[in-house]
Design a protein around this ligand. Structure first.
Ligand code: H2U
Ligand code: ZN
Length: 346
């Protein structure tokens, strides 16, 4: 169990997955707040919104028509941040490593989770969430099989506070030529740990968490959701399968059902914490698709919600966090207690 010193005194915690530190200030949770508050989010009430570009049968901003889909629907992002059809070039001016650039090829897609405008992962039925899981797998497999693609990043921005442009349940898929920053850090850390211990970093970590049960908030036969020891965001979660797999493709049927179930439990629980549709950015971290075996990699999902102490007071990553290290007030253990209560309520 954690030494009470770390529940009461300022300290820093090590993130072994990114190999950096987070400052924790447990004594600071009572500080007054007179700063910015956000609008309380209200869920959409329409099953079909004639002005929504993701509702079946509607015309999108780019002029394309969204068909009358009945399950999930994937399309190329009409305003893709990355294009595949770009010339290949790189520069390193004066060979000094100070003015470097390289072209980046990529494919950006949008995935509608459900035809119904008013649903979210929290309110969708399990078979519908399972369809989303299977579509994530199919997309990751298809895009990852392209020799130029080395990473497939699947994510969801939920709620306007996190920049979601539309309440219709949807996520994004970005396939990139280079492995992005976050998975690059995770790759190096997991590789080093595996070389030293011959077991994956997250397998060892999960074993510890399952024996201590201080930070676990939800669990089923195949998946676990926990507040990581090194969480930065107040209600951050790490969601991982009990069996180590590197990619979605390796998940068997019961593990896919388990993922759907834990996603539903987590998102429903989140909504109960402040009795509001809980905003977050969520994303899956599978192994890179670089044709290497990845015995070190343990598939997982991160949930990064911005809320701090109510539906309208968010955490800001500013000042010391931007310039020094990330910092949090409530301890991961106390956040886990709040979340556990919310997630175990049926
Ligand atoms: P976000 O809500 O996470 O921003 O995702 C929605 C994406 O949908 C966004 O990247 C795209 C935006 O570019 N989009 C289209 O491709 N077509 C449209 O008609 C509107 C939005
Ligand atoms: Zn819609």
């Amino acid at each position: 169990m954690i030494d009470p010193i770390f529940l009461e005194s300022s300290h820093r915690r090590w993130n072994p997955l990114k190999r950096d530190w987070v400052v924790v200030s447990p004594h600071r949770t009572q500080r007054p707040w007179q700063g910015q508050t956000e609008e309380k989010a209200t869920p959409p009430s329409l099953e079909y919104d004639p002005t929504c570009y993701l509702c079946p049968g509607n015309t999108r901003a780019g002029g394309h028509k969204t068909p009358a889909y009945t399950g999930t629907y994937v399309f190329e992002n009409d305003f893709a941040a990355l294009k595949f059809d770009v010339p290949v070039a790189s520069m390193d001016q004066n060979k000094a490593g100070l003015l470097r650039a390289e072209t980046e090829r990529g494919i950006c897609r949008v995935l509608c989770f459900d035809p119904r405008h008013d649903l979210t992962l929290a309110t969708m039925e399990l078979p519908a969430i399972r369809r989303v899981v299977d579509m994530w797998d199919a997309q990751a497999a298809e895009l990852g099989a392209r020799p130029e693609v080395h990473y497939v990043q699947i994510f969801e921005n939920r709620g306007s506070m996190m920049g979601a442009s539309n309440p219709h349940p949807h996520g994004q898929i970005w396939a990139t030529e280079h492995i992005p920053n976050e998975p690059t850090l995770e790759l190096a850390a997991q590789l080093e740990y595996f070389e030293q211990h011959r077991v994956s970093l997250l397998t060892s970590y999960l074993e510890l968490e399952l024996s201590q049960r201080e930070r676990i908030v939800a669990e089923n036969d195949t998946w676990v959701a926990l507040v990581p020891f090194w969480a930065v965001w107040p209600f951050e979660l790490l969601v991982l399968p009990k069996r180590r797999v590197a990619s979605l493709a390796e998940l068997i049927g019961s593990e896919r059902d388990g993922l759907a179930a834990i996603l539903q439990q987590v998102t429903r629980g989140y909504n109960r914490v402040f009795d509001t549709p809980f905003p977050y950015s969520m994303g899956l971290h599978p192994a890179p698709t670089d044709s290497e075996e990845h015995p070190e990699w343990h598939l997982h999902a991160h949930f990064y919600p911005p809320l701090l102490r109510s539906a309208t007071v968010r955490k800001f990553m500013v000042g010391f966090e931007l310039l020094g290290s990330p910092q949090r007030d409530i301890t991961p253990e106390s956040a886990a207690e709040t979340l556990r209560l919310a997630m175990q309520t049926t």
